[in-house]
Design a protein around this ligand. Sequence first.
Ligand SMILES: Nc1ncnc2c1ncn2[C@@H]1O[C@H](COP(=O)(O)OP(=O)(O)OP(=O)(O)O)[C@@H](O)[C@H]1O
Length: 240
Amino acid sequence: MLEAESLVKSFGKLIAVDHFSMNIERGEVKALIGPNGAGKTTFVNLVTGALTPDEGRIRLDSRCIVRLPSYKRARLGIARTYQIPKPYPNLTVLENVMVSSIYAAGLEGEDAMSAAVEALKYVGIYNMADKLASELNAEQQKLLDFARALAARPKYLLIDEIGAGLSVDELEGLASKIRAVAKQGVGVLYIGHIMKMVKSVADWVIVMNEGRKVTEGTYDDIANNEEVIKIYLGEKGAVE
Ligand SMILES: Nc1ncnc2c1ncn2[C@@H]1O[C@H](COP(=O)(O)OP(=O)(O)OP(=O)(O)O)[C@@H](O)[C@H]1O
């Protein structure tokens, strides 16, 4: 289990994450939703090690990892995707994914290559393997980022808003891929605003606002929760 306990992170006077706790078990998909500025990405950064919390604990399979640097957490099985992916623009798509299969999954040679090929085929952009990453459009870069995260062979995968700009059909395709990843034993946290996506991927939904947990429950519980509806009032694209 990946457990975050009472995490706090401030930027000056702003408390971005305020005693926030949650856990993910392998094989399940949870969604973390909340309006812009709620603290979702900051939470992901705390879990992956990009940021250090001011307070709180993070445990991976009972081991405290809060002081470990990002690369060690990656090697222990925590992977993420980015809201705005930053691939190596001058490497090919395949090479970008191999960086992950080599350095995060610890694979070598042919094994690293076949893990990368498998991940690209899985997300559906293997036909672009030899293109430079800089040649991909924004949606394709998100899929590359997803492939990169999968090639790390994660136990836990944090997906930061992957669906923006995709059509309804593409969203459904992506949702079923995310669910299939979880079925293989990966614990997934999907972070995002697209409620159709949340509804189709998540077993459980956690709502965050101003750094704190507002409520959690099934999609239906959340969609009918008055406080959640109030928080989202005026938010484009949320709770529909
Ligand atoms: N490095 C930083 N320095 C200062 N303030 C920051 C920093 N990172 C985030 N913040 C602030 O912390 C708060 C939480 O931001 P965060 O990006 O975690 O929210 P979010 O829920 O991911 O929002 P969104 O849905 O828009 O991505 C915001 O007020 C943001 O401006």
